[in-house]
Design a protein around this ligand. Structure first.
Ligand code: ZN
Length: 238
């Protein structure tokens, strides 16, 4: 009973999930969004979600007709578990054994499971998430194998036929900027620059050509480098 014309996007208000939202709006007749409040240190993300939803319907008339409901679910248990730089007031650093302390164990597993439960209730067949293996900071829950295994697990556990889509899985940040430009042109790229939030430090005071941010944290570094490469070599036809 899941509608194959409908998609649910895991939507944080950042560049990646906003590009995934545009990707879904191009493909599906009904597109809902789900976000998660896990007591992240910088709640500006949750404010950006609403700003992006208001702005994105102005990019294309078809997108206005397709954008459906939004829900924000409470995943405060991630804060209760704690111990990461995204939920606690500690500096970002790389542990000696690989993973940075911005890794929130189980986060994307919980996100996809909660999103699938929502989609089940809403009769939605397609799940879309902006996880990416190419630029990844070593997060094992962003890997393609993890997502494919989750799709199998969710379908077994809910006796459903969800399809998990990861449009950014093999793109670097330059290609993500280019995908956004291809989907929604200059209006969408401007929306990404001005309305989305990526900075780990929660900085919304300084607007750079690539968007708001501190300019120093790993998330800002990736976003800036990708934008500089995108501007230097825009996709043909744009
Ligand atoms: Zn930053």
């Amino acid at each position: 009973m899941l509608d194959p014309r409908a998609a649910l996007v895991v939507f944080s208000g950042g560049q990646d999930s906003t590009t995934c939202l545009a990707w879904a709006l191009e493909r599906y007749e009904r597109v809902a969004t789900v976000g998660f409040d896990y007591r992240q240190r910088h709640r500006v993300e949750l404010d950006c979600r609403q700003a992006v939803r208001r702005a994105i319907v102005g990019v294309k008339p078809a997108w206005r007709a397709r954008l459906g409901d939004d829900v924000v679910l409470d995943l405060g248990l991630l804060k209760a578990i704690g111990g990461t730089a995204l939920t606690d007031a500690v500096a970002i650093h790389h542990a000696q054994a690989g993973l940075p302390n911005t890794f929130v164990p189980g986060r994307n597993l919980l996100f996809l499971t909660a999103a699938a439960a929502c989609a089940y209730r809403q009769g939605i067949a397609h799940l879309v998430t902006g996880v990416c293996e190419t630029d990844f900071s070593g997060y094992p829950d962003c890997r393609d194998d993890t997502m494919k295994a989750l799709q199998v697990t969710l379908n077994l556990g809910m006796d459903a036929r969800f399809v998990v889509h990861t449009p950014l899985m093999w793109l670097d940040k330059q290609a993500t900027w280019a995908l956004g430009q291809a989907l929604g042109g200059d209006a969408f790229t401007r929306l990404v620059v001005e309305q989305t939030h990526t900075c780990y430090e929660g900085d919304r005071a300084t607007l750079h050509p690539w968007g708001y941010g501190c300019g120093r944290c790993p998330a800002c570094g990736l976003r800036r480098a990708g934008h500089e490469a995108f501007v230097a070599a825009p996709p043909t036809g744009s």
